[in-house]
Ligand binder design. Structure first.
Ligand code: EPZ
Length: 416
């Protein structure tokens, strides 16, 4: 398992270009198989999650051609074979093949592991949605078979505005007979990105980005060209780094209003930012005040930026408070952060208080999960001395070229 080695304390200057959104790309690629012709997706990030999805497409005999950041997919002759366990368990987002294969063939067989480090991660809302559309579900251990004689549009109310369930039901409904209404739908920008992709194929989806999405079934989906939106979580991660170490550091190729909740929280802490149409520049690091943060569904403060924000809060004067309302186990990075010198109390597995300003000392730490790993990397960038992070595959599966991007603006960082 490779490691990342960082010598902390370097100010960072220059421009970091943000890549396409992981949480959009991992839905768009499975969605591509709904298309009856060849389709191209641009601005796909270069991350291992995309590699894993490519493997699944090849296993389904789709024709896929990936060069630099564009992916060309022709699913006109794919075979609806069982997706083997070793492929489908590589990433959570393999569950989008449930919606797209069900939507295309009215049947899907695959394996789906439960749980991961940040929480139980059930998919009951996905499966209830499929059943409402007329599917029957057979589960044996991790094996799952979902099939329907007919997929009939239906009214579906989501108990929780789940991102995955909203997208998966949309994928299953695009070719169903009649209209499907999803109420209490998630409103994340990635959902809009998937809906506009399907609509450019000829689907009939309205309301994406609001809590009520209507999908009128269509019979054919034509080839099209589509682009992945900028990754708001990658952008937010680098904006936090800029607030801590930026000296004329620009985070470029972003959609600022997708990270409005983070920008407003950083402003509240005293961060000065120049906000452009598709970039944010931080000229200098300042003295920051403690803040309170509660993670919520979009447009609230994103749970995926809660862990990267922790190192920032260790540098704010006063006692900050984080309340994590989405996942039940998303503080795994805190023990190593305390080892580096932070003054953090985990009140329960949903609330933590962070006393600042504390100096962090470099040392050997671990990436516990994707955003926890990013959090440790930020700790390493601000700590005195050398930090080495192991289990960095967690980080590399979700951040395109992160070592290069940071090296290009002056960080003393390398993959060893
Ligand atoms: C997506 O996960 C993201 N992953 C997660 O990002 C992100 O943290 C999450 O949305 C919330 O924003 C991808 O898009 C690939 P949910 P998802 O369904 O869709 C409960 C990252 O770091 N729930 O919105 O799995 C669930 O337990 C990853 O990039 C059910 O109870 O999240 C959680 O408490 C981590 N039943 C809440 O809903 C279900 O059927 C929100 O989950 C589905 C979800």
């Amino acid at each position: 398992m490779s490691k990342i080695r960082i010598e902390g304390g370097k100010l960072l200057t220059g421009t970091i270009n943000i890549s396409g959104a992981k949480n959009s790309a991992v839905a768009l690629i499975p969605a591509a198989i709904l298309c009856d012709e060849e389709t191209t997706i641009l601005n796909v990030p270069n991350i291992s999650d995309v590699d894993s999805l490519e493997e699944i497409l090849r296993c389904l005999k789709a024709k896929i051609n990936r060069e630099s950041n564009s992916v060309k997919i022709d699913s006109s002759k794919i075979e609806n074979t069982i997706i083997p366990e070793e492929l489908s368990k590589k990433l959570r987002a393999s569950y989008y093949f449930m919606g797209s294969l069900l939507g295309k063939f009215k049947k899907v067989e695959m394996y789906f592991p439960g749980g991961c480090s940040i929480g139980e991660r059930p998919i009951d809302l996905h499966l209830k949605g499929f059943e409402k559309l007329g599917a029957t579900i057979t589960e044996e251990g991790n094996y799952i078979k979902i099939e329907a004689k007919e997929l009939i549009g239906s009214k579906i109310y989501l108990d929780i505005p789940s991102v995955g369930a909203t997208i998966n039901i949309m994928l299953a409904a695009v070719k169903a007979k009649g209209q499907t209404t999803i109420k209490n739908a998630a409103q994340e920008p990635e959902i809009v990105n998937v809906a506009t992709y399907l609509n450019s194929m000829g689907a009939n989806i309205t309301g994406a980005g609001t809590s009520i999405i209507k999908i009128k079934g269509v019979s054919t989906l034509r080839g099209c060209l589509h682009e992945v939106i900028p990754d708001r979580i990658e952008a937010g991660t680098y904006l936090i780094i800029a607030a801590l170490l930026g000296k004329n550091l620009t985070i470029n190729k972003i959609i600022p209003n997708h990270i409005e909740s983070l920008v407003s929280k950083l402003k509240e802490a005293g961060v000065n930012m120049e906000i452009g149409t598709d970039y944010i520049t931080i000229k200098n690091v300042g003295e920051y005040r403690a803040v309170k943060v509660k993670t919520l569904v979009y447009p609230g403060f994103p749970t995926d930026l809660q862990q990267p924000l922790i190192p920032f809060l260790t540098q704010c004067n006063g006692t900050s408070k984080i309340t994590e309302t989405i996942w039940e186990n998303r503080f795994l990075n805190i023990p190593d952060t305390i080892k580096m010198g932070a003054n953090i109390k985990v009140v329960d597995n949903r609330v933590a208080t962070i006393k600042g300003k504390t100096r962090l000392r470099g040392m050997e730490v671990s990436a516990t999960d994707l955003r926890g790993g990013a959090s440790m990397l930020i700790c390493g960038l601000i700590a005195e001395g050398i930090t080495t992070i192991d289990n960095v595959n967690h980080i590399l599966r979700g951040y395109d070229n992160i070592v290069e991007k940071l090296k290009n603006v002056g960080a003393n960082i390398e993959l060893i």
